[in-house]
Design a protein around this ligand. Structure first.
Ligand code: SME
Length: 177
């Protein structure tokens, strides 16, 4: 896939997502729609979905498309955990070389994970996209997918109060990050 065709595919899918979620205020509906549209936009995406932060240390799988994904992720583990801990985008273009990739599928070769922040800047969820081809994620994906997470953040902000910060006070079991 060339940069131009990738850019065009993102333009199309973002236009579709924006139209579909306009006026929608239900987070599960929006996350489901985003997962569905992105999953079907690119042949190499083999898993697209959200993990929601349910407490200081735990991500739980949310709406997704693809085969089985871990139901629970401790935020000390995996690429999703790193994204949640650091509130920063993670790109692993060769998951076999990744420090901490949790393999939900042997077919996955690359992964990008973006944070979804609440209005206080705490991580409310992450958007996780897996690819069955390596070396596919770059700035084009980042720019397009950040637009998607901004839309999800806006919906999340409209329906939630605040999330508890990660690791308030004592860290769980004294384990160092
Ligand atoms: N690979 C992720 C786990 C989630 S599955 O890919 C759906 C990770 O390393 O955090």
């Amino acid at each position: 896939m060339t940069d131009v065709s990738k850019q065009k595919a993102y333009e199309e899918v973002l236009t579709t997502i924006e139209a579909l979620i306009e006026g929608q205020s239900d987070l599960i509906s929006v996350m489901s729609t985003v997962s569905c549209e992105l999953f079907h936009a690119f042949d190499h995406f083999n898993w697209v979905g959200f993990y929601r932060r349910v407490d200081a240390t735990t991500l739980k799988v949310g709406p997704y498309q693809g085969r089985h994904g871990c139901l629970t992720i401790d935020i000390r583990r995996g690429v999703c955990g790193a994204c949640a801990r650091e509130a920063a985008i993670q790109i692993e273009n060769d998951v076999l070389q990744a420090r901490s990739h949790i393999a939900c599928s042997a077919a996955t070769k690359a992964e990008i994970v973006l944070p979804v922040l609440d209005q206080d800047g705490n991580v409310a969820a992450v958007l996780d996209i897996d690819s069955d081809r390596s070396s596919v994620f770059d700035d084009i994906d980042v720019t397009a997918l950040q637009q998607v997470t901004r839309w999800v953040e806006a919906v999340n902000d409209s329906i939630t109060s605040t999330q508890e910060p990660i690791y308030p006070g004592e860290r769980p079991n004294g384990v160092k990050m």
